[in-house]
Design a protein around this ligand. Structure first.
Ligand code: IYR
Length: 231
């Protein structure tokens, strides 16, 4: 029997030319420094303004996050964008219930000690104040049209990378965010009625910082402490 091995299977991706715009080294140095300075000015924020943020901006931010690389290009993430006041209230109430138990009994003394500089507690009013919450879910597997399980790979790494890009996009748009992890986060699955294959990954309030927003005076580790060079 004749089998034509050159026929592409229906799932196989075609290759297309990739043309990256060439920069000269001066431009590279300048752009890399400007981008570093932009991201170095990002801070996690816990005091937000209630000023609305147009949905189009949040859409662009989510599209940027989804440009992230992922295991076998499975894009194993769902970004739930929530502005509905009722849903935000339910999320705040459920998060505070968990956080109350965390701060009162589940967190170790050393953990509470490590958090002192951030002046956090179980109360999370910002979950209702902010115009948008982005609840990020990882998809441990996907389902085809017949309900068969399809594998995803390196799911945590992939979703972590996408969240990094999400935070950079938020900051680039002139907005502030917090990487919030009320723990456990299963209440998000219930409140947002997520399917069985999705796990909550991060809850990210997004908005303008409050007028008199303060952040802890933290320093970032210098290059010498975060890198080793093998030239
Ligand atoms: N999830 C809690 C506690 C908390 C834990 C860490 I690690 C932080 O960097 C910050 C807070 C809370 O959000 O308060």
């Amino acid at each position: 029997m004749f089998i034509n091995l050159t026929i592409m299977s229906e799932h196989e991706e075609k290759f297309i030319p990739y043309q990256l715009t060439r920069l000269d080294e001066r431009e590279m140095l300048y752009k890399s420094r400007i981008f570093y300075e932009l991201l170095n000015s990002r801070r996690s924020v816990r005091e937000f303004s209630s000023r609305p943020v147009p949905r189009d901006i949040i859409e662009n931010i989510i599209k940027t996050a989804s440009t992230s690389p992922s295991g076998a290009h499975k894009q194993p993430w769902t970004f739930c964008a929530i502005s509905n006041p009722d849903t935000k209230r339910k999320i705040r109430e459920a998060a505070e219930k968990e956080e109350y138990n965390n701060y009162k009994s589940r967190m170790s003394d050393s953990w509470l000690e490590d958090l002192k500089p951030f002046k956090t507690n179980w109360q999370k009013p910002f979950l209702e104040t902010v115009p948008w919450l982005i609840a990020v879910f990882s998809r441990s597997y996907d389902l085809d049209d017949h309900g068969n399980k399809l594998n995803n790979y390196y799911v945590k790494e992939s979703v972590g990378l996408a969240c990094g890009m999400l935070l950079a996009a938020i900051h680039n748009a002139g907005l502030a965010a917090l990487t919030h992890t009320p723990s456990p986060m299963n209440f998000l699955v219930k409140i947002l009625k997520r399917p069985q294959n999705e796990r909550p990954f991060l809850l990210i309030p997004v908005g303008y910082p409050a007028d008199k927003c303060m952040v802890p005076d933290l320093q970032r580790k210098p290059l010498e402490l975060i890198s080793e060079w093998y030239e």
